[in-house]
Design a protein. Structure first.
Length: 101
């Protein structure tokens, strides 16, 4: 039996650009973290969500519970670990951070 091949996922360039814009916006306007919290609550109320999306919401709750510091949260979003990958996989969580005035 051959060992399993670990496939490295490639990230979508458009998603990466979007996440970088979100990070820049959050660092410039820390009050926009409230938009992410509202998005989490809005999606949490929906009845039929993919398990992965629910896990991303739960991981974001962990990050907010650990700290309310914008720089810490941005580091967690960009981290190349399980939580960072999970958060970046669902850009809908960041809906409204860039375009809202």
């Amino acid at each position: 039996m051959q060992p399993r091949r670990i496939r490295k996922r490639t990230s979508n360039k458009q998603t990466t650009t979007f996440i970088n814009q979100v990070i820049t916006e959050l660092q410039a306007h820390p009050e926009k973290l409230e938009i992410i919290r509202r998005n989490l609550n809005e999606y949490r109320e929906q009845t039929h969500l993919k398990r992965g999306f629910l896990l991303a919401i739960e991981r974001f709750d962990w990050v907010f519970e650990a700290s309310n510091d914008v720089n810490f949260i941005c580091q967690q979003i960009l981290a190349d670990d399980y939580i960072g990958n999970r958060l970046r996989r669902y850009p809908l969580l960041f809906k409204g951070v860039i375009n809202s005035a």
